[in-house]
Write a protein that binds this ligand. Structure first.
Ligand code: ADP
Ligand code: MG
Length: 243
């Protein structure tokens, strides 16, 4: 995986030399196509396996009692989720711009997140404070939605049982700030550096792609994402975006 220092070197080479710029762009494009093709080629047979297992379960309900059956179904769902996240990660810095209302976007996200908590009969108290003066934003609406949902999902996963999650937004001097604050387990000091790296997860069933993807998307918009947390005392993720 490329480090920031490599990316800086690559950018310098691209600025200095037109041939290098063309070749690197071509290599990056090939790299993206390869990842998309592999994800696609694995997803197809996996969908067949998943459908076949569901069919077996439907026709022979007793299979649910087989040892390892539930785990196998969960593993397949996990691989499907991993492939989806890998595809989104791969396309993280290709933005499809449109002009939209941040207030509407965040309010819709808040509603669907609240519904998902209700469906799980969760004990989490979720509140949002989204002012009406956030104005219009030019960016990739679907990818930004993905980022905020990632942060909200992480917040919910950090809360063992009871707890609170707060989503806020503000617009000041051409800067849009979005914050997700939770009262969950918090992040130990020694994990702070690594949590934005791809595939870095400290969860049993995590993919480790949520935060790295979110960082990619926010940086592609010219913004930044940061975190502050005390172990055991929740976490606050802050996104800033030029507006
Ligand atoms: N709100 C949070 N509270 C505590 N830890 C968090 C929070 N958000 C992220 N993390 C930590 O960052 C890691 C990486 O998160 P992410 O990239 O979304 O991957 P995943 O959720 O699949 O583990 C998580 O495994 C977790 O340890
Ligand atoms: Mg996550």
């Amino acid at each position: 995986m490329m480090q920031n220092i490599d990316i800086n070197k690559m950018n310098r080479l691209m600025e200095e030399n037109e041939d290098a710029r063309q070749i690197i762009n071509q290599l990056l494009e090939n790299h993206h196509t390869t990842i998309s093709t592999i994800a696609h080629e694995i997803r197809n047979p996996l969908t067949l396996v998943s459908s076949a297992l569901q069919m077996i379960q439907y026709q022979h309900p007793e299979t649910k009692d087989f040892s390892h059956w539930k785990q196998t179904m969960e593993d397949i769902t996990f691989i499907q989720q991993l492939l989806d996240e890998l595809s989104t990660f791969n396309n993280g810095n290709t933005l499809r711009y449109s002009v939209f209302s941040i207030e509407h976007l965040l309010k819709n996200i808040a509603i669907s997140f609240a519904i998902s908590l209700d469906e799980k009969e969760s004990d989490i108290e979720f509140t949002s404070s989204i002012p009406a003066n956030l104005g219009k934003f030019t960016g990739d609406k679907i990818k930004l939605e993905e980022v905020v949902l990632n942060l909200l999902r992480n917040a919910a996963e950090a809360i063992e049982q009871k707890g609170t999650i707060l989503l806020t937004a503000a617009h000041k001097k051409d800067i849009l700030t979005i914050q997700v604050k939770d009262s969950g387990c918090g992040i130990p000091e020694e994990h702070m550096e690594s949590i934005f790296e791809p595939f870095k997860t400290y969860k049993k069933e995590g993919t480790g792609l949520g935060l790295s993807l979110s960082k990619r998307i926010i940086e592609a918009h010219g913004g930044s994402i940061s975190v502050s947390s005390k172990n055991g005392q929740g976490a606050v993720f802050t996104i800033t975006l030029p507006q």
